[in-house]
Design a protein around this ligand. Sequence first.
Ligand code: AMP
Length: 191
Amino acid sequence: MRMILTGLPGAGKGTQAHLLAQFLELPHISTGDLFRQHIADRTELGQTAKTYINSGELVPSDITVAMVRDRLGANDVASGFILDGFPRTVDQAMALDELLSDTLGPLDAVLDFTVSEQTVLNRMLARGRADDTDDVIRTRLRIYNEENEPLLHHYSSILCSIDAEGEVEDVHTRVVRALGERLSPSRPGTN
Ligand code: AMP
C-alpha cells in the first residue's frame, strides 16, 4: 500500500505515520526526518536544507524531490510506503506521480489530517523543536495554507479526511477504519 499523509504542521502526522507503519509493516518516510538526519550528519544537503527549515520555508523542490527519489529507490518500499510531509506542493505531487508511474505504481490513498490551528499551536509549542518558535510556526502555517488546498484538489479521487483532534490512539483507530473503508468499500448487494 502506497500512501501519503498531509495536514497542518503539528497535526500529528509523524506520530500517526509511525503507528500506521508498525501496524501495516511498511516503511515510514518523513522528509522532515530525512532533512534532520542530513543536518545531524552535517552533509552538504543538510547545510542547504537547514537555512530553509530554520526559517520555516520549504526546501526547494529539486532538492527535496531528488532526496525522495533516492529513498524510494531502496528495496524496502517494494510492498509500499507511508510518505509523511511529502509532497507539500502540486509541483512535488506531479514529480512524485511521474516517479511512481515509472517505478512502483500509483498511490492508493492520501490521508489528510484535519485539526484546528489552536490545537497545532498547542502541540508544537509543547514539542519545542528548533523550528517550533513563534515566528517560524507562523511562516509554516502560512505556507501550508497556501499550498495544501491545491494539493488536496490534485488528489481528490483518493483523499481520506481524518479528524485529528483528540487522543493519539483514537486518531489511529480513525485512520485504520478510514483505510479499511477506502480499500474495500462495501458494495451494495455484496454482503
Ligand atoms: P516536518 O518535519 O514535516 O514538519 O518538516 C520540517 C521542515 O522540513 C519543513 O518546515 C520544511 O522546511 C522542510 N520540509 C519537509 N518536507 C518538505 C517538503 N516536502 N518540501 C519542502 N520542504 C520540506
